[in-house]
Write a protein that binds this ligand. Structure first.
Ligand code: CMC
Length: 462
């Protein structure tokens, strides 16, 4: 592969790579280095700098990976400037209209939409894995009733690795496939039990004649003493939310899963690391944060005050559900979510006082020069919370639903790492070291008599 070639000289490299290269000039030394340009099927070209260090003795510096491609991937494509999202080439809008969540899982995992038979077999396999080992169920009792359900998710999904370690050889494709099926199938059960536990209600067993979304609703809201009737509007809304959250290429949690998996670690433990990463308010935790923010705003008159706070550099407050690393245009998922929000509330006959606040906030922010200049638009999390509230989901469970949906994306990326990509290696970024130069150990007697001020150090001050 051209990317791996080390050339005898800069001239030879430039000649061989021709136009499909980028030349880097070191202005300290005048040396020239040539790097191949690699093209994907969509999106900007990348400069392959995998032999940068061997050529130049230097690394790249890119905190937050704003300009760095970490892998090759066939799964999801985002055009952030145009607001396009494709799963395996299919536009998200078409998938939301034409597919159900398990079709999308199949598509993400296998690259094609399932035929009727493939779809039926896949659904049968997934439903076969929905129950939890009874001993895993007893784990829940170790948590405080008030524990955040995402904390429980991290713990219980991580604990799956203790149950399935001996039959999870990551180098065996069959065992990888079974691990993937187990993860996708068990997530609704694990997530709903976190909720049931907080309520003190009995855990429900999954029911295999229901769809993925119907089963999730039943696990969440049914009690053994009563028949549970599934509202088809709610089931459809949940299915749509699951599809919209199923994958989003190399986001923080997916990159976490890939990095954890790159060492050959147990996949259940890798997915637990993805859940931990997702939980933060800058990522999947934003849906919960949006709802809390709308509550805090309280009424339309207060919006300008909060918008002003979001623009104030000295105030840590941000408009939650706004902005995205990749989308510099409307997040296409937010467009669908906004539309869906109106439909679901209308169909259910729910009038949520938070909706007018959200609509007005969006209107004001989209006209504000700060948000226009920084290209900050509503993202997927802005309206999802209002839909989830209307369907009866408690706010702390919002990010759990995101984790349930995203599991297939994490698993598809984890699977892809083992699918013959010869560039796949353990993930190991480098750093710009800014600490002390080498120095000799100081004996206690000669150390300065400082009074401890650790808080200052923890606050990042020297
Ligand atoms: N409110 C106010 N200002 C903002 C916001 C916001 N929501 N988002 C970004 N900015 C400003 C930020 O202060 C910065 O200003 P300056 O250039 O003057 O320093 C500029 O916009 C760029 O922001 P950034 O933090 O450098 O951008 P990023 O790409 O590192 O962060 C983000 C992206 C999503 C973390 C950020 O926009 C954010 O914190 N948004 C709110 C949280 C949120 O809604 N997250 C959900 C993301 S979508 C779901 C998912 O896939 O995870």
């Amino acid at each position: 592969m051209a990317a791996k070639k080390i050339f005898a000289s800069a001239e030879v490299a430039g000649e061989l790579l021709g136009k499909d290269s980028v030349t880097l000039v070191n202005n300290r030394t005048g040396e020239q280095h040539h790097f191949p340009i690699v093209d994907g099927t969509e999106g900007p070209s990348l400069i392959d700098i995998s032999n940068l260090y061997s050529q130049t003795g230097m690394f790249t510096y890119d905190p937050g990976f704003t300009s760095t491609g970490s892998c090759r991937s066939d799964i999801t494509f985002i055009d952030g400037e145009k607001g396009i999202l494709l799963y395996r080439g299919y536009p998200i809008e078409q998938l939301v209209d034409g597919a159900d969540y398990l079709d999308v899982c199949y598509l993400l995992l296998h690259g094609e939409l399932p035929s009727k038979l493939e779809g039926e077999q896949f659904a049968a396999v997934i439903t076969n894995h929905t129950m939890l080992h009874e001993q895993l169920v007893s784990f829940y009792r170790g948590f405080k009733r008030s524990a955040h359900p995402m904390a429980i998710m991290v713990g219980v999904v991580g604990a799956l690795s203790a149950f399935y370690h001996s039959d999870t050889d990551v180098h065996d494709p069959y065992q990888r496939m079974v691990a993937a099926h187990r993860l996708i199938a068990k997530m609704p059960t694990i997530g709903s039990y976190a909720y049931k536990y907080s309520k003190g209600q009995p855990f429900m067993y999954p029911k295999n004649d229901l769809t993925f979304s119907e089963n999730l609703l039943r696990l969440m809201f049914a009690v053994p003493s009563e028949e549970y009737t599934i509202n088809p509007i709610v089931a459809k809304a949940i299915d749509r939310i699951l599809i919209l959250h199923a994958d989003h290429e190399q986001n923080a949690s997916t990159s976490t899963v890939r990095l954890a998996g790159s060492s050959g670690a147990n996949p259940f433990a890798c997915i637990a690391s993805g859940i931990a990463s997702l939980w933060g308010p800058a990522h999947g935790g934003a849906n919960e944060a949006v709802l809390n923010m709308l509550h805090e705003i309280g009424s339309v008159e207060n919006i300008p005050k909060f918008v002003a706070r979001a623009k104030d550099k000295d105030d840590k407050f941000r408009l939650m559900g706004f902005g995205h690393r990749v989308y510099k245009n409307y997040d296409p998922r937010a467009t669908i979510m906004r539309q869906s929000c109106h439909e679901v509330l209308d169909e259910l006959g729910v009038s949520d006082p938070l909706l007018p606040i959200a609509l007005e906030l969006e209107k004001i922010a989209l006209k504000d020069s700060y948000f226009i200049e920084k290209k900050l638009y509503p993202n997927v999390d802005f309206y999802s919370g209002i839909i989830l509230r209307a369907t009866g989901f408690p706010v702390p469970m919002f990010t759990v639903l995101f984790a349930i949906a995203r599991t297939v994306g994490w698993v598809a990326h984890w699977k892809e790492m083992y699918s013959g990509d010869e560039t796949q290696r353990i993930g190991r970024p480098r750093q710009l070291y800014t600490g002390a130069r080498r120095r000799d150990f100081q004996q206690l007697e000669i150390r300065k008599n400082r009074s401890p001020n650790w808080l200052r150090l923890w606050a990042g001050k020297k």
